[in-house]
Design a protein. Structure first.
Length: 491
């Protein structure tokens, strides 16, 4: 057990409190061993956290601070989190089952990079003056007027995060909301709760005012209260489209602002002139990374018919070198799914694909590992774009290759989806790829692999059932504010 699992308490109003509901087991999905018993908040404790956040916003200093002062606190939090990096990376690996490389780079370093950029971007946000305008006054004279556009914190924010990238999501939501002057109740996934409690330690270490950040672990009832209580002004959620839709419905009677980063079934278009090896590498990594448990992964590969067979051959050869196993072994490149029901879900969709005549190219079964929730990376060919396996989000290591004859068909197939979070195009003709990207109805498109891992200030979010609102950069930060106009006579 790491020191990060030792508290086993909720964090409310700068105090550690024992959960009043029965604690819940948190297990390592790689070997099914017990990590610890996590506290579960009662309805009364969740209400207490909401009250603390409400009072901190209405009466406390946090929303009234200058931006530079708040950023100063957030920089200290950033430093504190880095001081405990080794513990955190180990806990990330244990709770999520991801590989050691993924835990260090994508699960820790990347969100910390985002946090640094969010602080820098926040310091650039200033109120704006509207151009002076001559308008008729009530007495018949002409008035010269102008106005200031002010970006004010929205209030109390419920932040509900998912199990696949828990530390990442917790960092992102906390840094968006707190930096802009809001107060927060963070509810992590009960499958990966311990990574959230480090932020309670950080809040105390940096002297964050009482009630500004509260952390409650809980079940569906906890989430429902955070989505329905009239004292909450905004809900930001990352997770499935079905849960997102339920949260929006729960929030509707109190007209809360909702900010949804939901699922995806993104398409990777591989044109006839593409670099086959690079496209195959991207295609394989996009459904084997973290056992396919990522909302923005391109798990539909749309390949021009002339290169479909060479692409499949290259992908099959690469999949043979994907080592599946317990990430305690640093040579393992793909770990387990989060729980048995997640693996059952993958098996259901694989069975559906086989029953409808899809051609299994690789995988399609569990590996011979006694403990843990493992499933081999699975690739299908001969799939129709309207098939269940091509349309529904599986959230596991499964990909399909679908052939197309021309660019217009590829774009139509990519857009034929309830989702629109991500996408990609591989082509030697960058200009044509750019034109196609503009026609794809999705929140982001990477041409020939994109700009490395990620651009820290590039807005991230989706179309359709992939959600609404954006994260990162100026646009993401402003999503956590209200826009106020203060008008006055110029003279």
């Amino acid at each position: 057990m790491t020191t990060l699992t030792a508290n086993k308490m909720l964090f409310i109003n700068n105090e550690w409190l024992a959960g009043e509901s029965s604690p819940q087991e948190v297990i390592n999905p790689a070997d099914e061993s017990l990590i610890g018993m996590a506290p579960i908040a009662s309805s009364q404790q969740t209400a207490h956290a909401i009250a603390a956040a409400r009072d901190a916003f209405d009466n406390g200093p946090w929303p009234r601070m200058k931006m530079a002062e708040r950023v100063g606190y957030m920089q200290k939090m950033h430093d504190y989190l880095y001081s405990r990096k080794a513990e955190l990376v180990e806990l990330i690996r244990m709770e999520t089952g991801c590989s050691q490389q993924l835990a260090d780079f994508l699960q820790f370093e990347l969100p910390m990079k985002h946090a640094r950029q969010l602080m820098a971007d926040a310091l650039q946000i200033q109120s704006e003056m509207i151009r002076p305008e001559v308008t008729p006054a009530m007495d018949g004279s002409k008035a010269l007027g102008t106005a200031e556009v002010v970006y004010a914190p929205i209030g109390v924010v419920s932040a509900i995060t998912a199990y696949n990238f828990p530390f990442f999501l917790n960092v992102v939501k906390i840094y968006h909301a707190l930096t802009m002057g809001n107060t927060v109740i963070l509810k992590p996934s009960p499958l990966t709760p311990f990574e959230a409690f480090i932020f309670g330690d950080a809040a105390l270490a940096i002297g964050l005012p009482k009630g500004v950040l509260n952390i409650v672990n809980g079940d569906i009832d906890t989430g429902t209260l955070l989505s329905t209580d009239p004292r909450v002004d905004m809900v930001t959620f990352t997770g499935s489209d079905k849960v997102g839709a339920a949260i929006v419905a729960q929030s509707a009677p109190t007209l809360k602002k909702t900010h949804m980063e939901l699922g995806g079934k993104s398409a990777l278009i591989v044109r006839a002139d593409a670099d086959i090896q690079k496209a195959a590498m991207a295609a394989v990594s996009n459904f084997t990374i973290h056992a396919g448990q990522g909302c923005a992964l391109t798990t539909r590969v749309l390949a021009h018919q002339s290169i479909r067979k060479p692409l499949l051959d290259a992908m099959q050869a690469m999949l043979a070198h994907v080592k599946v196993g317990n990430p305690v072994d640093p040579s393992v490149s793909m770990g387990p799914l989060i729980r048995a029901n997640a693996r059952d879900r993958v098996e259901y969709y694989v069975g559906q694909a086989l029953d409808t005549g899809a051609n299994l190219v690789f995988g399609g079964r569990r590996p011979d590992i006694e403990k843990g929730f493992y499933y081999l990376p699975t690739l299908f060919d001969g799939v129709d774009n309207s098939a269940v396996i091509a349309q529904q989000e599986i959230f596991g290591p499964v990909s399909v290759v679908i052939g197309f004859d021309n660019d217009q068909e590829a774009i139509a197939m990519a857009n034929h989806s309830d989702f629109g979070l991500s996408g990609g195009i591989f082509s030697a003709d960058a200009g044509r790829a750019y034109e196609m990207a503009l026609e794809m109805r999705t929140g982001g498109v990477a041409i020939n692999g994109g700009a490395g891992t990620v651009l820290s200030s590039a807005p991230f979010g989706g179309y359709k059932r992939s959600g609404f609102g954006r994260e990162y950069g100026r646009q993401g930060l402003l999503d956590f504010t209200e826009t106020k106009v203060v008008s006055f006579h110029a003279g």
